[in-house]
Design a protein around this ligand. Structure first.
Ligand SMILES: [Fe+2]
Length: 346
């Protein structure tokens, strides 16, 4: 092949790759789990060139996906038009697992549900006006609340397994904080099953307003001022997205609106708010929802800070609530000390 031929070929490849990138969507490896056969062609980009990794309708085992993960296959792409079909496969997986939560090995069912819920939160953040998707998530989260109430002993295993999966924090934080919350609410022994279900659902959906910031920006070490202001408003955005679409009570919407009452984030961002909010008198439900959210966040790494220890997070909680909410503080300390000291998280 002559040099001019090579030049033309390179230019053609560059054009081909460019047009593909415009027309494609990056997916995560875990979106290919439990689908048996590929609903579309799967591509990778290697050395700047496009490769078809698998053709449509190819058999695909979970082991193959895990092997790809271990061998460093990172970014996978599909055509934009094919994403709906792939999502449908995962919707069916979520429906099937939700229907059969009480059948089989609880730890396997719980693991799969946490994974599917995190993946579906990602889908919802990308498509917050989709009522069918919101309803599927809502029904799945409600059923999961009842499953978790009956399976207190596996919460620790679910937590440690889920944190090992390395989900992006905006998709895993609601799952982790809600997992903590439901354990705390059960231990409090003052809430009915219905109350606990409602609060679990509330906690799970409280951050959907974060979808107003483009996903890629959450991987930056620092957001710009505009995005910080959007972040300040995420609790209110969550209410705007959810109100009237799923059956959350007025009290639950209020909890979502105020779920950062104690947060260090709120204080950090007050400098960007023209009128800082008045100090709120918070009820026990808001306090527990907010504090379990803070603890789950603090003990997890972020792109802009390392994880703290549980002890450090509880120390901050003491500063934040021990004077005004001594009973809630005692409950939280007792729950988290026993949660981690029994080695449940290992
Ligand atoms: Fe939040």
């Amino acid at each position: 092949m002559s040099l001019p031929d090579l030049g033309l070929k390179g230019a053609f490849r560059a054009l081909e790759l460019n047009s593909f990138v415009i027309d494609c969507k990056q997916i995560h490896l875990r979106e290919l789990l439990n689908i048996d056969e590929t609903p579309c062609d799967i591509f990778i980009v290697r050395d700047g060139l496009l490769h078809r990794l698998l053709e449509k309708n190819t058999e695909l085992s979970n082991q193959t996906v895990r092997d790809w993960a271990e061998s460093g296959v990172g970014k996978l792409f599909i055509k934009n038009r094919d994403h709906k079909g792939l999502r449908e496969k995962q919707h069916e997986n979520l429906r099937a697992n939700t229907r059969s939560l009480s059948i089989g090995e609880p730890i396997d069912k719980g693991r799969r549900q946490t994974a599917l819920l995190a993946t579906h939160l990602k889908y919802f953040y990308e498509d917050t006006t989709n009522d069918d998707l919101l309803n599927l998530l809502y029904q799945s989260v409600r059923s999961f609340a009842h499953f978790l109430m009956a399976q207190i002993k596996i919460h620790g295993l679910l937590y440690s397994d889920f944190t090992r999966q390395k989900y992006h924090y905006i998709h895993c934080q609601p799952v982790l904080s809600s997992l903590f919350l439901i354990g705390v609410l059960k231990q409090a022994r003052i809430f009915s099953e219905k109350d606990i279900e409602n609060l679990f659902v509330t906690s799970f959906f409280k951050d959907v307003g974060m979808s107003s910031i483009p996903f890629e920006k959450y991987s930056l070490k620092e957001l710009d001022v505009t995005d910080k202001q959007l972040l300040i408003n995420h609790a209110q955005n969550s209410v705007n997205i959810l109100a009237g679409r799923i059956p959350l009570t007025a009290n639950c919407l209020k909890i979502i609106e105020n779920h950062h009452s104690f947060s260090t984030l709120t204080r950090e961002l007050e400098q960007f708010t023209p009128d800082p909010p008045q100090a709120l008198v918070t009820g026990i439900e808001t306090t527990l929802t907010s504090i379990t959210d803070i603890i789950a966040a603090m003990i997890s790494e972020r792109p802009y800070r390392p994880a703290t220890t549980l002890f450090q997070s509880l120390d901050l909680v003491r500063e934040l609530i021990s004077a005004q909410h001594p009973q809630e503080f005692k409950l939280l300390i007792s729950y988290f000390k026993s949660y981690f000291s029994k080695g449940k998280s290992n």
